[in-house]
Write a protein that binds this ligand. Structure first.
Ligand code: PLP
Length: 471
């Protein structure tokens, strides 16, 4: 499979190069040149298969045999061996037609481990095989940075820098990034906001000389390999509930639009999906866009589901590419308009293409709290606030068809003890792996929210100045 940029001005690349590049050089995001089709017979056969076998089967058309130095099936097996549940992503029933897909049994207790554990292995193997080295830079509001630390710690060919906003992430999230003793992990507390971290990162990626000199790569959900790994659980959950002979709906707690775009990708690959429900918290840019066709960020409001406190959803660009009939010119023009005016409007055709697959619902803070309380008192299930946003959105949609509704449970309730305690009157038991992280010594550097300060810090601490990973 080859990949093309949504903005049409970057080289067409194979899977391994897309994995290493992260972001396309024209500022666009990579998508498969065409959507490979998974036969109905193959989907049916996923029911009862192990997650590891299913994952290899679904990803092979997208990733081929894997990367130089790593066979896909071996890497998948190794990536999921550290998950604490035998089924990797258990599916459990909450109500007559409502299911929860628990995606939080990996090392950092959020769904990001599912893609990041595999990404860490694939990048490491590819680099080992070529003798190259890479520097990974991640801006994080919490969970991405933690998942990256777990996935990349102690990998010889990789240096990892995570930029997090000082004082603006939870203690658990900070400790997950700062208690690693690995020499290749650099947690950087930036004296600014998450937006500052993200804008520093974008500026450094646009500095092509710096980018090539240190082999800079991105592991947030602009990296196609993350989306690819996340398509798998849409297939396996649907197959467990009677797919492909019955269409299934999914409600997805959404921030950067990565996880739900993976559901859309599964659909394009032949999985019958009834509805994809975009579940947002108070930061509802996507719900407003689906209502009005106008994409216009407002300022970010902090909520109890911080991983969704996002106003600029990077992966929405991939959906615009699809909804415009894969027109890179149209994406260019909308993104140009966005950087000039801070907003853009979709055409009627694009909007109806999006509405044909997606619904969107927002849950305000009271509703999230009430959902956690009600679910706990009725069923004894403790949902984390992100999952509760997904449940609240699902409940708005569920009567509309007979399709089973699967809510993606994206984080373990022990990661958000304050919000869970407020709503349910108790906290979740803390898993052993989290206890160890919470007890460790913290280790990080502090930097000003300034591009040259961060560039100098990477040059000083990174081992790979003068290395080469050029795409
Ligand atoms: C990252 C995250 C989300 C949002 O996922 P996107 O792919 O950014 O839409 C939702 N819930 C949790 C717990 C997360 O960590």
């Amino acid at each position: 499979m080859h990949y093309i940029s949504t903005r049409g001005r970057a080289a067409r690349l194979d899977f391994e190069s897309v994995l290493m590049a992260g972001l396309a050089r024209d500022g666009g995001l990579y998508v498969p040149e065409f959507w490979p089709q998974i036969e109905a017979e193959t989907i049916r056969a996923l029911a009862g298969q192990s997650y590891v076998d299913a994952a290899s089967r679904i990803m092979t058309p997208l990733a081929g045999d894997g990367v130089a130095g790593g066979k896909l099936s071996d890497m998948v097996s190794e990536a999921y061996s550290g998950f604490s549940h035998q089924a990797v992503v258990p599916l459990l029933q909450l109500d007559s037609n409502l299911w929860l897909l628990e995606l939080f049994h990996g090392p950092t207790l959020a769904f990001k481990d599912l893609a990041m554990q595999l990404l860490g292995l694939m990048m490491d193997r590819a680099l080992q095989a070529s003798g190259a080295r890479a520097t990974i830079l991640a801006a994080t509001s919490g969970d991405t940075g933690a998942a990256a630390v777990e996935a990349f710690k102690n990998r010889e060919a990789i240096d990892l820098f995570v930029l997090f906003p000082e004082g603006r992430i939870s203690e658990i999230q900070r400790r997950q990034m700062t208690t690693s003793s690995a020499g290749n992990v650099h947690a950087v507390s930036v004296q600014g906001t998450f937006d500052d971290c993200q804008s520093i990162m974008k500026t450094l990626f646009a500095d092509l000389e710096f980018r090539d000199r240190i082999g800079l790569s991105a592991v947030n959900s602009v990296n196609w390999a993350r989306i690819m790994a996340q398509t798998v659980y849409y297939f396996t959950a649907a197959a467990s509930l009677g797919g492909p002979d019955r269409a299934v709906s999914f409600s997805v707690p959404t921030g950067n639009f990565g996880d739900i775009f993976a559901g859309y990708a599964a659909m394009q690959m032949g999985l019958p999906v009834e509805r994809l429900v975009i579940a947002t918290n108070t930061n509802d840019i996507l719900a407003r866009t689906l209502e009005t066709g106008r994409y216009e960020p407002r300022s970010v409001v902090p909520t109890t589901s911080p991983s969704m406190d996002i106003q600029v959803s990077s992966n929405f660009e991939r959906l615009i590419f699809e909804a415009s009939g894969r027109s890179a010119d149209r994406v260019q023009s909308l993104m140009g308009e966005f950087s000039e005016n801070g907003a853009f409007a979709l055409s009627d055709g694009e909007l109806s293409a999006i509405r044909a697959a997606f619904s969107a619902h927002r849950a305000c803070e009271d509703e999230v709290n009430e959902t956690m309380r009600r679910v706990y008192s009725r069923t004894g299930y403790l949902a984390d606030p992100h999952t509760a946003v997904g449940i609240a959105a699902a409940e708005r949609e569920i009567g509309k068809t007979n399709a089973p509704m699967v809510v993606l449970a994206t984080a373990h309730p022990a990661k958000f003890p304050g919000a869970v305690q407020d709503a349910a009157g108790r906290t979740a038991d803390v898993p052993k792996r989290l206890k160890a992280i919470l007890a460790g010594n913290e280790n990080h550097v502090t930097a000003e929210a300034d591009v040259s300060a961060i560039r100098a810090l990477i040059d000083e601490r990174g081992r790979f100045s003068g290395s080469k990973v050029q795409v």
